[in-house]
Design a protein around this ligand. Structure first.
Ligand code: NAD
Length: 361
C-alpha cells in the first residue's frame, strides 16, 4: 500500500530540487502517493494568496509533507509562508542535522551536530509595530508607563520577543528526546540571558529544570550565543545537540551549514504533535531559478529524514549512503561542491539526482 505525502514544490529553485528529490525517493522503491499542492510567489497571482487553504488542508490530512523553499519579500509584502506553515500547524521543533560528509573540504575533520531550533516564538512571532503608527505610539506610551526607566528614541519600530515556559519546555524536552533517540551525549542550550534576562533568562531556567529529568543519561550545559558562534567555528567537535530559541537557531543553522559545505547540503525537519514537514535549511535562491544549477542534496537529505520518520529506515539509510557516495566521489556534483565554483565539470540539479539514483542500485 502506498503512503500519501504532501509535496509543496515552492518557488525559485524549489520546483527543481523538489523534482530531483521526488525522483530519488521513488527510486528507493518506497511507495509514495504524492499529493502536490502549491505555495509561494508562483501561485500568488492565481490564488490571491501565497498560502492557499488547500496546502494546509493537505498537510493536516496527510500528517507528513516535504517542501521546497518559498520566497519571503524583505521588509514589505506578504508574511513568510514558511513561518505561517510552522505556526498554523504548530510545528514547534525544527531539527537540523549538520554532518560533514567525506569529500567535502572543511576546516575540521569531523562535524556531527544536531541543531534543535524553537519554531513558534521569539522575534519570529510576527508581533510587530511599524514606526510612526498610532499602535506603536500607544505601545511606547504604555511601556514607559510600566517601566519609567525605558529609554527609546522617538517613534521606534517595535518587534515583540515572546518566550514562554510552555514553548521553552517542549523544545528543550524535544532536544533531550532527540539526544536519546540518536544516542547523543550532551545538550547545549544557547541564549543571551546575560542581556535578555527575562526572555532568554526564562529559556535557560527552563533548560536547567528539564535537564534534571535526564540526569545521568544526557549531559546539559549552556553557552551565550556570541561565544557559541566562535566555539562552533573553532571547535565544533566539542558539541553534540544544540537547542536554541527561534532567531539564534536560524542564524546558527546557517553558520553550521557553512561548516559542512554550504547551504546546498543542510537538511531540516519541522515537527510538532503528529505532523512533520521536511525542508532544506536554504531558501529559494532566486538567482538560480530555472537554471538546473542548484544543489538538490539538502532537500534529498530532508527526504532521508522523512523516510526515517515514516518508518522506512532501510530506504532512508540507502538514500543517505547514495548521497554520501556521490559527494565523496565528487564527480557528479553541482558547482557548489566543486573546489573551484567555476569548474566546468560541475553537473546540474537533475544530473546529480540521476547519479544518486544510479548509486542506489
Ligand atoms: P538562500 O538560501 O535562498 O540563498 C543564499 C545563497 O546560498 C544563494 O545565493 C546560493 O549562493 C546559495 N544556495 C542556497 N541554496 C543553494 C542550493 N540548493 N544549491 C546551491 N547553492 C545554494 O537565501 P536568501 O538569498 O537569503 O533567501 C532567498 C529567499 O528564500 C528569501 O525570500 C528568503 O526569505 C527565502 N527563504 C526561504 C526559506 C524556506 O523556504 N524555508 C528558508 C530561507 C530563506
Amino acid at each position: 500500500m502506498s503512503r500519501k505525502i504532501t509535496l509543496i514544490p515552492g518557488d525559485g529553485i524549489g520546483p527543481e530540487v523538489a523534482l530531483a528529490t521526488q525522483r530519488c525517493v521513488d527510486a528507493t522503491g518506497v511507495k509514495i502517493d504524492w499529493e502536490v499542492v502549491h505555495a509561494g510567489t508562483d501561485i500568488m497571482e492565481k490564488a490571491g494568496t501565497p498560502l492557499p487553504d488547500n496546502v494546509l488542508e493537505s498537510v493536516r490530512r496527510n500528517k507528513v509533507a516535504i517542501k521546497g523553499p518559498v520566497t519571503t519579500p524583505v521588509g514589505s509584502g506578504f508574511r513568510s509562508v514558511n513561518v505561517a506553515l510552522r505556526k498554523e500547524l504548530d510545528l514547534y521543533a525544527c531539527l537540523r542535522p549538520c554532518k560533514l560528509y567525506g569529500g567535502i573540504k572543511s576546516m575540521h575533520p569531523k562535524i556531527d551536530l544536531i541543531i534543535v531550533r524553537e519554531n513558534t516564538e521569539d522575534l519570529y512571532a510576527g508581533i510587530e509595530f511599524d514606526a510612526g503608527t498610532s499602535e506603536a505610539k500607544q505601545l511606547v506610551q504604555k511601556i514607559v508607563e510600566l517601566n519609567p526607566k525605558a529609554k527609546m528614541h522617538p517613534d521606534p519600530a517595535i518587534s515583540i520577543k515572546p518566550i514562554s515556559v510552555k514553548g521553552s519546555e517542549r523544545i528543550i524536552k524535544f532536544a533531550f528526546e532527540t539526544a536519546l533517540k540518536y544516542g547523543r551525549k550532551k545538550v547545549t542550550a544557547v541564549h543571551k540571558a546575560n542581556i535578555m534576562k527575562c526572555t532568554d533568562g526564562l529559556f535557560l531556567k527552563v533548560g536547567r529544570e528539564v535537564a534534571k529529568q535526564y540526569e545521568g543519561r544526557v549531559a546539559f550545559e549552556d553557552r551565550i550565543v556570541d561565544n557559541m558562534c566562535m566555539q562552533l567555528v573553532q571547535r565544533p567537535q566539542d558539541y553534540d545537540v544544540l537547542v536554541l530559541p527561534n532567531l539564534y537557531g536560524d542564524i546558527i543553522s546557517d553558520l553550521c551549514a557553512g561548516l559542512i559545505g554550504g547551504l546546498g547540503i543542510a537538511p531540516g525537519a519541522n515537527i510538532g504533535g503528529d505532523t512533520a514537514l521536511f525542508e532544506a535549511t536554504h531558501g529559494s535562491a532566486p538567482k538560480y531559478k530555472g537554471l538546473n544549477k542548484a544543489n538538490p542534496t539538502a532537500m534529498i537529505l530532508s527526504a532521508v529524514l522523512m523516510l526515517d520518520h515514516i518508518g522506512e529506515k532501510q530506504a532512508s539509510q540507502r538514500l543517505e549512503n547514495a548521497v554520501a557516495k556521490i559527494i565523496r566521489e565528487g564527480k557528479y556534483v553541482t558547482y557548489d561542491l566543486k573546489a573551484d565554483r567555476n569548474d566546468p565539470t560541475a553537473v546540474g540539479t537533475s544530473q546529480m539526482a540521476d547519479a544518486i539514483i544510479a548509486a542506489l542500485k
